[in-house]
Design a protein. Structure first.
Length: 145
């Protein structure tokens, strides 16, 4: 459209050229709105997809601000990088928390179980029934299943 306007120097070509970005923005806004509506409709069925979309659109902000600490010579140093903040916090908590030795603890006494455990019966039908009930849209647990 720009080339057409440069060739013609016509006001109609200029209007077409200036309205084109608005049309593109309108199409993009509608696509984003439709995507958001689709994700919102699936919230009850597939919350993982919803939170994935939310986290992808949310900007990350650092939670820990700059830290001040004294170095070996007594000068105040400002820690601004993530690595130096982690080192500073580690150094602080390791100095505050006490360390305990193993020799102060009493040995654990043997405990006798006073109830009988019923045997566990696993059948193929029971396993299939429970596997069919699993929601595949949920994330795995600590056992990675």
């Amino acid at each position: 459209m720009w080339r057409q306007y440069v060739r013609d120097k016509n006001s109609a070509s200029w209007l077409k050229y200036t309205k084109q970005p608005n049309n593109v923005k309108k199409i993009i806004r509608n696509k984003v709105k439709n995507q958001q509506n689709a994700v919102a409709k699936q919230y009850q069925i597939n919350p993982k997809k919803f939170w994935k979309y939310i986290n992808s659109t949310t900007k990350y902000t650092e939670k820990i601000g700059d830290l001040k600490k004294k170095d070996k010579h007594g000068n105040i140093v400002i820690c601004s990088s993530a690595e130096t903040k982690a080192d500073t916090l580690c150094e602080f908590f390791s100095s505050v928390l006490c360390t305990e030795t193993d020799d102060k603890f009493e040995p654990i006494k043997d405990k006798i179980c006073s109830y009988d455990c019923t045997p566990i019966i696993i059948t193929v039908d029971n396993v299939l029934k429970r596997l069919n009930k699993l929601n595949v849209n949920k994330s795995e647990g600590p056992d990675l299943i």
